[in-house]
Ligand binder design. Structure first.
Ligand code: NAP
Length: 293
């Protein structure tokens, strides 16, 4: 007779809260030693609702852990040259340790040009090619916040990775690709699937760990997952729901209700990867300051 283990929820809110307390203690230590208070700056162009929410959340996180925080808000008619100048000013400001430019930017501004203008030494989003290269080499660098947060979650719950087959769904520059590098460093055998992958379920059914980052609500179904798998759901999509006061609900890439009973561990949406992404950004900013000393 086999006894089935209960599914454990990977609680991003609880984990991020605990780890934020650790960051707060480190900031207090830096201050007590007369060292620099970490300072994160964010640039927001335009009035995209989701972007405003993200920037406000990052500002709140900074206050909670004791960082200094600056948010520069600009009208959506701002030109690319004006934005490049603002980025350069922050690159040259020794008091600011990390800079994020909230994406998406208005269509007339080239996002690649902007993110590559941010000094790689302040690139706490980990998007600059210099940081990408260092990450793939396993050298100290700023890691992209979402994969970094997921690694912290895996470590916090002491999930075994060595020798495990990790299947990543999605190959974006901000999630899928960096995630594959970090899981390789965790001694996983890594498979990366994308829109051109044939018989994708053949890979997911063999996976010990699945990280879903496609942006397709409820994509991963129970018949695509083996018993006891660890499932990490990165997806967040707003799905219309007139019965909800907001008019939408947030859905992940995993059909949670049917997949969860088969898993050893699973992240909920919301409350899983999202809070850990915000934590990743705070950790990068702190590490940036610590590495200076
Ligand atoms: P993205 O840039 O749109 O990339 C999606 C990836 O999924 C692409 O590599 C694409 O393949 C692949 N894909 C699309 N349809 C597929 C299919 N039918 N089968 C297999 N692969 C398929 O997305 P992203 O920026 O990585 O984000 C993914 C999701 O995570 C989104 O819902 C986003 O909102 C969410 N997200 C959440 C957080 C968080 O903090 N929780 C952070 C970042 C992103 P191709 O490359 O072949 O096109």
């Amino acid at each position: 007779m086999t006894t089935q283990q209960a599914t454990q929820i990977l609680d991003g809110n609880k984990t991020a809260k605990l780890l934020k307390e650790e960051i707060k203690t480190e900031v207090q230590k830096l201050k007590a030693e007369g060292k620099k208070t970490p300072h994160l700056a964010a640039i927001l162009v335009g009035s995209n609702g989701a972007s405003m929410t993200y920037v406000n959340a990052k500002e709140k996180d900074c206050h909670e852990v004791g960082f200094d925080s600056t948010v520069l808000r600009f009208h959506e008619t701002m030109t690319e040259v004006e934005l490049l100048n603002e980025v350069e000013k922050i690159n040259n400001n020794p008091d600011i340790d990390g800079l994020i430019v909230q994406l998406p930017l208005p269509k007339h501004i080239n996002e690649k040009k902007i993110t590559e203008t941010i000094s790689w030494k302040k690139d706490v989003d980990g998007f600059h090619p210099m940081n990408v290269g260092l990450m793939f080499k396993g050298l100290p660098c700023f890691l992209p916040a979402t994969p970094f947060g997921i690694i912290k979650m895996i470590e916090h719950y002491q999930i075994e990775t060595t020798g495990k087959h990790c299947v990543i769904l999605g190959r974006s520059d901000i999630v899928g690709k960096p995630m594959s590098a970090l899981m390789l460093q965790k001694n996983c055998t890594v498979t990366v699937c994308h829109s051109k992958t044939k018989s994708l379920e053949k890979f997911t059914r063999d996976a010990d760990i699945i990280i879903a980052a496609l942006g397709i609500p409820q994509f991963l179904k129970a018949n695509m997952v083996k018993e006891g798998a660890v499932v990490i759901d990165v997806g967040i999509t707003r799905v219309d729901d007139p019965s909800n006061p907001k008019g939408y609900v947030l859905k992940g890439d995993v059909a949670y209700d049917e997949v969860a009973p088969k898993c050893s561990y699973i992240t909920p949406v919301p409350g899983g990867v999202g809070p850990m992404t915000r934590l990743g950004l705070m950790l990068n900013t702190l590490n940036g300051v610590k590495n200076r000393y």
